[in-house]
Write a protein of this length. Structure first.
Length: 143
């Protein structure tokens, strides 16, 4: 299961049982924090992932800024809260790629409201993060 954390929303994606195909699942509101943790806990109970992959928003030069620090703190908190391994994975460009995918599939959105498109972009971005992680194997894990 992958999470694409933002300040307002967190996109979630899951893989198939063979861990080869990732699909967007849902976008969760980040606040209130307690409800966010409960929602992630319910998804973990339902989908039973082996680990959580939290998108790490590195800067273009690879450095960690405040956003990356928040993502790392979230991974640590979720690992402790859910008793499930959590790793971070580079998420650079995932939101832009998700937006491109959404533009390419524009006809399938049938004029969906902007908020619905933003929510979908977050979960599509999480699916891209998970796809990269699965394709790379565990070699791209970081903490």
């Amino acid at each position: 299961m992958a999470l694409d954390p933002g300040l307002a929303r967190v996109g979630v994606a899951v893989s198939d049982p063979t861990a080869t195909i990732a699909r967007p699942l849902v976008t969760l509101p980040r606040r209130p924090h307690r409800k966010f943790l409960e929602a992630v806990g319910k998804l973990v109970s339902e989908h039973r992932p082996e680990k959580l992959v939290v998108g790490l928003p590195l800067r273009l030069d690879g450095r960690k800024g405040p956003e990356a620090q928040r993502a790392m703190a979230l991974a640590f908190e979720l690992e402790k809260h859910l008793n499930l391994p959590a790793v971070t994975a580079d998420e650079r460009h995932s939101t832009f790629e998700a937006a491109d995918i959404m533009r390419e599939n524009k006809g399938k959105n049938h004029g969906a409201p902007q908020n619905d498109r933003e929510n979908k972009i977050d979960s599509v971005s999480a699916a891209l993060i998970l796809t990269r992680f699965l394709n790379a194997g565990s070699s791209n894990e970081s903490r």
